[in-house]
Ligand binder design. Structure first.
Ligand SMILES: [Zn+2]
Length: 953
């Protein structure tokens, strides 16, 4: 039979497609099977058939299945076994085998049939002969080795050292880099083998680390295979399937329409009346409707030691005398150094920081309940923070930093004798710090409010590995850190590696620095956090995460965030933090100071909404203007002001949200005419810290129940999620009395995007983003939800309209924003996200964000609310909505509301960040990041540590 005609017919790709669609592949396989029964089969025919199949295979998605079902796999394999020296026939067979092997079931079946061994017979040392054959064979072998049983076969067959030797041979001889694909093919085989534990062991035993290290450091220019080598050397090859398709958009129209029924009987909600005294206040009897702060009903009998340590600040000396005043972890020894009157001079920050008072702070700390029962106060929280006046630009990363840092890490394995591996701090050991001060190691401490550092290991003289604590009652969410360092040497560069980070990427790769606070600087009159750190980068490391800690996913590893820094003062005590700390005690101090700003024109009431699991009060503020007089008209105007409901800090690690809230609160309590108008226009209800326990205990995301409180809004449990339960109840109460707020906004921080922006809820924009068919009535939506972000983009320099999104995602159905929108019926229900990093547009373009900018954002939010009101000049709600949408509609021309940004809004960095993208392990789950949520198993999803997508609220 002559099949040559088919070659001509199939010449072009499109014709192959037609051939496949007409069942051509099946026919070819039938011919192959028939032909194979002739003994011996015609070599010529086999050659032609395999050449054709090699052509058709890549175009037929079911090629692998068809081959297996027709029995063609064995025909090809047997043919190869019998013709291993027959290059002419072997090549097309290998080309077909390469396609067969991409099917994982085929790969296993071929492995059983001895094909892995067969491939190793073909893979040969450097030779210029038959390079194309070798390349195809390596491709096929690489595909076969994705199967773990095949990888095991390769290990058992002793092929790991052979592959390494062959690789080295090619590396040495291919000096002109003509055969990169062969070298890459060999590395892919090695990488797939090291996907199994046994493979990693064999790789290390064969000295693979050194072989690859040497081969990749010798010639710096060889970046070609660097990505794979790096992946191999850190022996963590987890697939990261970049899937840009978004299946997270809510497509159930019923879920997109606001619920009409608030769902709870009014009788249950009536108790919340007491938080809305202003709605019934008559001002006739008691004069001011102002109640003193109830004070948090916390355990005040806890044993507190002398002032700041709550033991020690008054006695710790600054510099001189050789006394190292790094804090002791215990709480003893508070008096021993006090003899010489070495009282720490507290910087006088009263002028710089009118809202800060160190003594008041310490008082507040005494009423704060922490799980570890902290007895110390961190100096930065005690002294306060004055935003520096200098600019802090986003840091440009030097090309090659990641590479050099990873090489340093790998050198630990190559030269183990150079490594100290000395544990210098460990919370798991009661007598921490575990070492005596020899002057050779830094001292660490994290035992204070919001502190987070679990362990510090001195790796080299000036290098430390740091391990963060997971959130309490959880085994992940390692992101927030806040710790103290002392015993440093001036002039030496220290490298710090936080080695158990979880997210696949970080703004630390895009210009963000850590924050550092120097006590010496503070005492010299510069109490402030400054952005610091050089050689910062974030990369995957070789520490494997247990599947429990990875939300049930296997084969995940941790990430390292590394930075280097110098210290400028001898005998200093310095602090490092992920972002500007803002503790619960700071909030209480701040709220107390706000009282002092009250004027006769301001109505300010502070209530305790409820108590948290940890026994801390959750403050609730009411701010508005006093009525102009006791006249009925004025009292009526007072009671009928629209409500604005604000909350913040449900996620403890998002401290920026508290700074924005600080800006809002201070603006609202201010004396400016704008502030006065604003108070006259609205009643503000504010829950400034929805998760006090998480904040106090140094959590990143959860409350003490180990849950993300911003995923509990649909069904908050009064015992487990009291702050959410009662905040939602307040809103339900308002809905019942027909006083649902005009605006609801929950302040958050965003760790993966720049600028400040909002998420809102729009049926239309959600429908637009999905493919669901909607009736035109679904698309009749007034555009009022766009007004506030639009105004903000005009007046707040850090705010970016382009980053806003109004799409309702399924994964967000239990967030404050979506629940308040759907259940309470608040059209303007938002999450406001502030970057932890910096801005890439507007006045602050190219700068890292600081507390001044964050506070300004909070103030501008207020101004925007006033403009929202003035935009219409109408008090009538409904009219306001209509008119506003007219204005916004014509201004912004919402033609393509495609502000739903799926991917990280980062340019790809010169040095690729994710080096495991090529790995495609059949057994590994795709990583759940990049905006994709796992829906098949919603329960599972809740536990994913990487569930932070670009939309995290
Ligand atoms: Zn958040």
């Amino acid at each position: 039979m002559q099949l040559y005609w088919l070659f001509f017919v199939l010449g072009r790709g499109r014709r192959v497609g037609v051939f496949v669609s007409k069942g051509g592949t099946g026919i070819l396989f039938q011919i192959l099977i028939t032909a194979s029964k002739e003994l011996p089969p015609s070599e010529e025919l086999m050659l032609q058939l395999h050449s054709l199949l090699a052509k058709v295979g890549p175009k037929d998605r079911k090629f692998g299945v068809k081959a297996r079902l027709s029995g063609a796999l064995n025909v090809t394999v047997n043919l190869m076994k019998q013709n291993i020296q027959n290059i002419k026939l072997l090549l097309p067979c290998l080309q077909v085998l390469r396609v067969y092997s991409t099917n994982s079931v085929n790969a296993i079946s071929l492995g059983k049939n001895g094909v892995v061994e067969l491939m190793f017979k073909i893979v040969a040392p450097y030779s210029k002969k038959n390079t194309s054959l070798l390349k195809v064979a390596l491709d096929a072998l690489g595909a076969l080795l994705k199967s773990k049983t095949n990888a095991r076969r390769a290990v058992d067959g002793g092929h790991v050292p052979i592959l390494l030797a062959v690789y080295l041979d090619w590396h040495r001889n291919d000096t002109r880099h003509r055969h990169m694909l062969i070298r890459k093919g060999l590395l892919v085989c090695l990488r797939n083998i090291t996907n199994i534990k046994l493979g990693r062991k064999a790789f290390v035993e064969a000295d693979g680390m050194r072989v690859l290290y040497n081969s990749s450091t010798v010639s710096e220019s060889e970046t070609y295979t660097w990505q794979i080598i790096k992946a191999l050397m850190v022996t963590s090859c987890v697939s990261s399937l970049f899937n840009h398709q978004n299946d997270d958009i809510e497509t159930d129209l019923n879920k997109l329409h606001p619920k009409k029924n608030p769902g709870r009987p009014f009788e249950e909600l009536r108790v919340y009346e007491r938080f809305f005294l202003e709605l019934s206040e008559d001002f006739q009897v008691r004069g001011r409707g102002v109640k003193q702060e109830e004070g948090s009903p916390v355990n005040a009998t806890r044993h507190i030691q002398s002032p700041l340590l709550l033991g020690g600040i008054a006695t710790r000396r600054v510099g001189g005398g050789g006394s190292n005043w790094g804090s002791d972890c215990g709480s003893e020894g508070t008096e021993d150094e006090g003899g010489e009157g070495a009282v720490l001079e507290v910087p006088d920050t009263a002028l710089l920081l009118p809202m800060h008072d160190p003594d008041l702070y310490v008082e507040m700390v005494k009423g704060t309940n922490s799980v570890p029962q902290y007895a110390e106060v961190a100096y930065p929280d005690y002294f306060g923070h004055v935003a520096p006046t200098f600019r802090e630009p986003l840091v440009e990363r030097v090309y090659g930093v990641q590479r050099s840092k990873i090489f340093q890490d790998i050198e630990r394995l190559i030269h183990p004798n150079d490594i100290l591996d000395k544990v210098v701090y460990d919370l798991d050991i009661p007598s921490c710090p575990v070492i005596e001060d020899s002057g050779e190691s830094l001292k660490f401490n994290s035992q204070f409010e919001s502190g987070n550092l679990r362990k510090a290991v001195q790796v080299r003289k000036y290098e430390y590995d740091l391990v963060l604590n997971s959130d309490i009652n959880s085994n992940h969410y390692h992101q927030w850190f806040y710790f103290e360092v002392s015993g440093m040497r001036v002039g030496s560069t220290y490298r710090f590696n936080i080695i158990n980070c979880e997210k696949s990427n970080s703004q630390f790769n895009y210009g963000m620095q850590v924050l550092m606070y120097s006590v010496q600087e503070a005492i010299s009159g510069r109490p402030r956090w400054v952005r610091t750190g050089t050689d910062i980068c974030y990369y995957k490391n070789h520490f494997a995460r247990s599947s429990i800690a990875a939300g049930g996913q296997k084969g995940k590893s941790y990430y390292t965030m590394t930075f280097s820094t110098n210290f400028s003062h001898k005998d200093d005590v310095c602090y490092f933090a992920y972002h500007y700390p803002y503790t619960y005690s700071t909030l209480k101090m701040h709220l107390s100071k706000l009282e002092a700003l009250r004027t006769p024109q301001i109505y300010l009431r502070q209530d305790v909404l409820c108590e948290t699991l940890g026994g801390n009060g959750c403050p609730l503020l009411t701010i508005t203007a006093m009525p102009e007089s006791n006249s009925n008209d004025h009292i009526c105007q007072f009671r009928n002001r629209p409500l604005i409901f604000l909350s913040a800090r449900v996620h403890p690690g998002e401290t920026n949200a508290s700074w924005v809230m600080k800006g809002t609160l201070e603006f609202l309590m201010g004396t400016s005419p704008l502030a006065a108008s604003l108070r006259e226009a609205y009643i503000f209800k504010i829950v400034p810290m929805l998760n006090p326990d998480g904040v106090i205990n140094g959590n990143h995301r959860c409350s003490l129940s180990g849950e993300d409180l911003n995923r509990q809004w649909q069904n908050p449990n009064p015992e487990l999620h009291p702050t959410i339960y009662h905040t939602k109840s307040l809103l339900q109460y308002l809905a019942h009395i027909q006083r649902a707020p005009l605006v609801f906004c929950d302040y958050h921080g965003h760790s993966r995007k720049k600028n400040v922006f909002m998420y809102g809820c729009s049926v239309k924009e959600t429908v637009w983003q999905s493919n669901i068919s909607a009736t035109s009535s679904d698309l009749q939506e007034d555009l009022g939800y766009r007004a506030l972000p639009k105004i903000l983009s005009q007046i707040a320099p850090a705010f970016s309209m382009a980053s806003c999104s109004f799409v309702v995602e399924r994964s967000k159905e239990s967030t404050a924003r979506v629940v308040v929108w759907r259940e309470i019926g608040v059209q303007r229900s938002y999450t406001m996200e502030s970057t932890l990093c910096g801005c890439d547009q507007g006045k602050y373009k190219g700068l890292q964000i600081g507390t001044r900018e964050l506070e300004e954002m909070g103030a501008q939010f207020c101004v925007a609310l006033l403009r929202l009101k003035r935009l219409t000049g109408l008090r009538n709600h409904q009219h306001l909505l209509d008119l506003e949408s007219d204005i916004i509609g014509t201004q912004s021309k919402v033609v393509s509301p495609t502000t739903y940004v799926m991917e990280e809004d980062e340019p790809s960095f010169l040095e690729a960040i994710d080096y495991s993208a090529e790995s495609n392990d059949e057994d590994a789950e795709p990583e759940n990041e990049h905006g994709i949520e796992v829906h098949e198993n919603p329960e599972h999803h809740d536990h994913l540590s990487d569930s932070e997508t670009n939309h995290r609220d």
